[in-house]
Design a protein around this ligand. Structure first.
Ligand code: IMP
Length: 435
């Protein structure tokens, strides 16, 4: 087993950070391949809670090779702040590498993200307003500024000059003086470039070398399958491909480098921002799960919408990612909720039913999950470390999911701490020594 892709199998926030952090102990390289600081994850280590937005989750292991791949969009201010915080706490950052080809989020991208949402009014996507969409748009339009541009002031100034003019026009209706000054911006980014220079690298060869040595490479995804720009609930999606296939383009490796693809899913479902959510829960149960699961955004602090596990969407995620295993997180949050429900198909208007995830946006917006009832459990499961120690109803819940999806469950989260995890099947031999 060499390359393992870790992707979100729902709407993001599934707990990928914790899983990557745990697997990272045995990894030779962790590389992020898409998204930006719209992502955010919290890792709890020895009672200390760490929040990351850009830096790969393996960074807490001293000297661990952790790369930010070319497919990621980087706000250099956020990155330098994150590095400062880690340095202040004595974390060894010598293993960090940042792709020279990664695109940069510029001040105008954030202004455009705000302006775009304002313009949409009630129809807004509910973006994180971090400039992600406009940055990827500039990348596709060949107007992007890349990490390597920071290292050459002349090129940087020229590229900002070219990129800036259309932005000033676009932003004019929203702000008379949008503070987009070429000189100030070039200077600010040049300085940020100096601060990041030591970490800027050609990242694909780092991955090739690790793979050639049969090392373990973790490809760390952000967001989740239903937020994928092609396969998600467009336009209520993020602006990158979040599926496992994107690991290749976003890290610079071929598909044969990917040996396992593990989808992370919560034992229930959450979504932040607008868009369809067929198994969304009504209050007060929705609120109960939100509180029990601490379902508030790491990046924006927004309360997450909560719902029952949607197996139609999860099976779709299994197919579009080619998942070989499921990591089910936060099973403990469901303790005490009895009965439980899971969505096994969708019910549409006029008695229509859908066994598969519908491609048509109007249908996805109108369907509700056809829920089946499964018995819950009441025992505290946070101390359980093997599947057969789980209460019978919790085991039956997991079996139902694995049977429906046709793939094994390889890890099960039973609490927020590092060791509160059940390791099984293909994951068992990757268990960290301390867990
Ligand atoms: P953007 O990625 O900021 O453009 O936001 C687009 C959509 O993706 C919005 O619905 C966001 O709430 C959602 N989104 C982006 N990143 C994350 C994430 O890390 N977790 C959950 N939702 C996200």
């Amino acid at each position: 087993m060499a390359g393992i892709v870790i992707v979100g199998a729902q709407w993001g926030d599934e707990g990928k950070g914790k899983v990557v952090d745990l697997l990272a102990e045995r990894a030779d390289l962790v590389i992020r391949f898409q998204g930006g600081n719209n992502a955010g994850h919290t890792i709890v280590r020895d009672g200390v809670s760490w929040k990351f937005h850009l830096i790969p989750s393996g960074i807490l292991y001293p000297g661990k090779l952790c790369a930010i791949g070319n497919g990621v969009v980087i706000d250099p201010k956020v990155l330098t702040d994150e590095l400062d915080q880690l340095r202040a706490k004595g974390i060894d950052l010598s293993g960090l590498r940042i792709s020279a080809n990664a695109h940069l989020i510029m001040p105008y991208h954030m202004l455009l993200d705000h302006a775009g949402e304002t313009k949409l009014g009630k129809l807004q996507i509910g973006t994180t307003r971090r400039g992600i969409g406009p940055c990827y748009a500039d990348k596709a339009a060949r107007l992007g500024i890349r990490m390597q541009d920071l290292l050459d002031e002349k090129i940087l100034r020229k590229k900002i000059y070219t990129a800036l003019a259309p932005k000033q026009l676009m932003l004019r209706p929203f702000a008379k003086d949008p503070e987009l000054d070429l000189h100030t911006m070039t200077e600010e980014y040049r300085i940020l470039g100096h601060r990041l220079e030591a970490y800027i690298a050609d990242t694909p060869p780092i991955a090739w070398r690790a793979l050639d040595r049969d090392g373990l490479v973790l490809f760390e995804g952000a967001q989740g399958a239903l937020l994928d720009i092609d396969h998600g609930t467009y336009p209520f999606v993020t602006s990158s491909n979040t599926v496992a296939g994107a690991a290749c383009a976003g890290a610079g490796v071929g598909p044969r480098a990917l040996d396992e693809v593990w989808g992370i899913a919560k034992a229930y479902a959450t979504r932040v921002g607008a868009g369809p959510f067929p198994t969304e829960l009504e209050e007060p149960l929705g609120e109960q799960i939100r509180e029990a699961g601490g379902e508030f955004g790491t990046t924006t602090g927004r309360p997450r919408r909560t719902g029952w596990l949607d197996l139609v969407a999860l099976r779709y995620a299994t197919r579009i990612n080619g998942l070989t295993g499921i990591v089910l997180t936060k099973l403990d949050v469901l303790t005490g909720i009895d009965p439980l429900h899971v969505g096994v198909r969708y019910l549409g208007p006029e008695g229509a039913t859908f066994d598969e995830f519908p491609y048509h946006q109007s249908i996805v917006h109108k369907v509700n999950g056809d829920l089946i009832e499964l018995p819950g459990w009441h025992e505290d499961i946070s101390g359980v470390r093997s599947l057969d120690e789980l209460p019978a109803n919790a085991q039956a819940y997991l079996d139902f999911i694995a049977d429906y999806l046709g793939i094994p469950i390889v890890m099960v989260g039973v609490g927020p701490a590092r060791d509160e995890m059940i390791w099984t099947g293909a994951a068992e031999r990757l268990k960290p020594a301390a867990a």
